[in-house]
Write a protein that binds this ligand. Structure first.
Ligand code: ZN
Length: 169
């Protein structure tokens, strides 16, 4: 049981939490890391982080450490083969240096902004995917909550964090 004082410092909608984590995939490879020296701050309850992680952090206090397993459904979604296509190298600007793992913004057929990742390059054939590289993965987060504070009015209005570790306009 938390006392009233502690509960007011718990992560909840409208609070900004500062977290550090190590993210591993199903194969046990580290695919993401945020250290305690350079933590990320996020505004809770706005879907600014992966849904499964956000849910697990609800009610947590500064100093707590937890391990969270996130299914693809609550993570980056299932990989959709329809979002993978092979395009000619010549469809990219000639001076654009392509490498596997790079991402860029594009517009889909509805004019929506989407993020595309380069997943393979074979000669003049470039494979691109609209699936997040971690789509289809069960994610394992080892998270430490470093601080919890109330969001500012601007942050609440904008739906994201402002400040040194947050969003910049
Ligand atoms: Zn803003």
């Amino acid at each position: 049981m938390h006392d009233a004082q502690a509960t007011s410092h718990a992560i909840a909608s409208g609070k900004v939490a500062s977290i550090a984590f190590t993210l591993t995939n199903q194969a046990g490879e580290t695919v993401g890391e945020v250290t305690v020296d350079e933590p990320v701050e996020y505004l809770h309850g706005q879907g600014n982080i992966v849904a499964g992680l956000e849910k697990a952090l609800e009610g947590r206090l500064a100093g707590e450490e937890l391990e969270v397993l996130v299914s693809p459904k609550d993570g980056y979604g299932e990989a959709d083969p329809a979002k993978v296509q092979v395009v000619e190298r010549s469809e990219f600007p000639p001076d654009m240096e392509l490498e596997v793992g790079m991402q860029f913004g594009a517009e889909d057929e509805d004019g929506e902004e989407v993020v595309i990742w380069v997943t393979a390059i074979e000669g003049q054939r470039v494979t691109v995917s609209g699936n997040h590289p971690l789509a289809g993965e069960t994610l394992n987060y080892r998270v430490k909550v470093l601080a919890v504070r109330a969001a500012t009015r601007d942050e609440l209005t904008h739906g994201h964090v402002h400040g040194p570790h947050g969003h910049h306009h």
